[in-house]
Design a protein around this ligand. Sequence first.
Ligand SMILES: Cc1cc2nc3c(=O)[nH]c(=O)nc-3n(C[C@H](O)[C@H](O)[C@H](O)COP(=O)(O)OP(=O)(O)OC[C@H]3O[C@@H](n4cnc5c(N)ncnc54)[C@H](O)[C@@H]3O)c2cc1C
Length: 460
Amino acid sequence: MDHSLCWIRRDLRLHDHHALSAALEKGTTTVVFVFDTHILDKLKDEDDRRITFIHESLVEIEKELNKKGSSLVVLYGKPEDEIPKLAEKLKVKAVFANRDYEPYAKKRDETVRKKLEKAGIEFHQYKDSVYFESREILTGSGAAYKVFTPYKNNWLHQFESSRRSIPEYSCSLKNLRKFENTESILAQDWFKIIGFKKNPPLLIGGTKIALKRLQEFTDRMVDYKEARNFPSVDGTSSLSVYIRFGNLSVRDMIRVAISKKSEGAATWLSEIIWRDFYQMILDQFPHVADGSFKPEYDKIKYSGEEAHFKKWCAGETGFPIVDAAMRCFNETGLMHNRLRMIVASFLVKILLVDWKKGEEYFAQHLLDFDLASNNGGWQWSSSSGCDAQPYFRIFNPYTQSEKFDPEGIFIREWVPELATLPNKNIHRPENVPGYPTPIVSYELNRLKALKMYEAIKKSS
Ligand SMILES: Cc1cc2nc3c(=O)[nH]c(=O)nc-3n(C[C@H](O)[C@H](O)[C@H](O)COP(=O)(O)OP(=O)(O)OC[C@H]3O[C@@H](n4cnc5c(N)ncnc54)[C@H](O)[C@@H]3O)c2cc1C
């Protein structure tokens, strides 16, 4: 029987896993994870909570593998060195992995492929983290979509044409290579090895808890269309971290979405399609990782002050909904989608700060940080992206607050200085001791933003 390696990366689970399923079908396999120094070296906080989330997910995987007499091999280093070295040491015929569409990942995988090929080892990659890959949903002329709605219509058309038969990549774990691993994730202090500190996030990593949450959300999905807009309501699934690290498969989510017939379910499916859309954009237009989708937007001269950016980060702008969102984010690593849109629009179009600075701050702190979705969200908010909101649409932080946090429940939770204000004053407070006065005038800066964008429109 052929022996192989199954290299897991952003797909930390042992069920409905395309690469693992393929590896187990062909022969015996060993599952391996590499703590990638290229990625870890860029993380600024030694107590980055995503490391603990990954560690928890790996511990769960190790325990499952142990039950089958196998183990998870965990390595630390550059994958382009570590994977070929292990493959040669274990004399495997092939390495299996799921595709990743981020520019760094594509380059890394190409290097690994070449090194393995030189050693006579095959490298097989599979579609897994998205439902449809970027070349599967194309316009009539065979080009990539730049607008979401026709992309979504085509996505749904192809989904319906397949009679909604969602593939399930079953993983028969009896074909795992059996061995005892003395250097397992459980036996060693991996935090020390990789130079990080354990810092449990609010969400515990792992598939068991992810599937439980998915199940629990199924009952609430009917209300999603309305409830998803209110930060103080438990109206969304809160599954983004689990899907980001692959504790769940995208197919797990879609199966649930189509199991119910309601507007809520259809809206939720649509959000999952947005995720595929942004993965497609990143794959087809990789320049978005370094700059605006619309290149003319890179010419904008943002006049915002560094001090204002710092106040935005700290949640001290004097705009209650923005401050509540940022303070919650700094404490939890999570932010509701409505708030992401409000704070992003505010940073770019009211504080006049380059969206790339906000994108980077989110990338550093978001537990669910995903290059494609984060970049897509920032480019949408700043109007620099494909199918972004028009530049003249500028969220009003006061009316957004009145509409989506009418009783100030969310604001009161995160901005205690304002907790005792009546509802009518909480969205735009005046002279509250201990709370900053607005660092800019919304009305004036809105006009400055319009001028800034119009200048670019004229020159291009
Ligand atoms: C400025 C900005 C930055 C963002 N950065 C990220 C990011 O780094 N990672 C990330 O996963 N999402 C990001 N989003 C999208 C969205 O805010 C989150 O996916 C959502 O808040 C996660 O909460 P949930 O799991 O409860 O989502 P639900 O509302 O329950 O949605 C289900 C799933 O669909 C996907 N999804 C939902 N909305 C979007 C969207 N607009 N774009 C892409 N996928 C979506 C997510 O995987 C989510 O878990 C960003 C949005 C904005 C405006």
